[in-house]
Design a protein around this ligand. Sequence first.
Ligand code: HEC
Length: 156
Amino acid sequence: MDRRDYYLTEIMRLHNINMLHIIRGAAITDQFGTGNLVEKLTGPVIREAFTTGQPVFLLNELTMRPTVRAIISYVASSKGNLNCLSCHNVAEGTVLGAVDIELDVTSYQRRSLIVLAGLFVASVIFLILIAINTSCTIQRHVQSPLEDLINNTKTA
Ligand code: HEC
């Protein structure tokens, strides 16, 4: 637990993470105290994650630095590999805590812009090729026969 902050900052450095909080549910603070934490259970989004037990995702892509925020709750369960109820004094299905994480997705957005630009250039080239091909076809099948016809009538 003393290395918790160290690990959290390490994780944040690695993956374009703007913010990472582990939020303790009331069940944890009742049983183990608040620990050395400053994170609190605040905000409507976090409350939603706690009441539903479902992950909440928020996409904010209208700024210069688009972000994705996810709040993923830890639900106590006696099933699975680790029996949470063996230490946590709560009922099955209680939301024990949540991870609140915000990712900087600017680089992903830039990448999709590059892909879009590539597709655009490719389709422009494609259109130009079609145009060239069409004009060749017209020339070969319409213009040339017409010219031949005109020349023939002239000489006849
Ligand atoms: C071996 C006992 C034990 C088991 C099993 C256990 N926990 Fe905990 N858990 C603890 C203790 C003790 C704390 C409080 C640590 C502290 O105060 O720093 C805690 C804290 C937490 C926290 C708050 C973490 C934080 O950094 O603030 C969450 C969330 C949590 N447990 C969820 C779970 C879930 C979900 C499971 C089952 C998958 C589980 N725990 C299984 C003992 C356990």
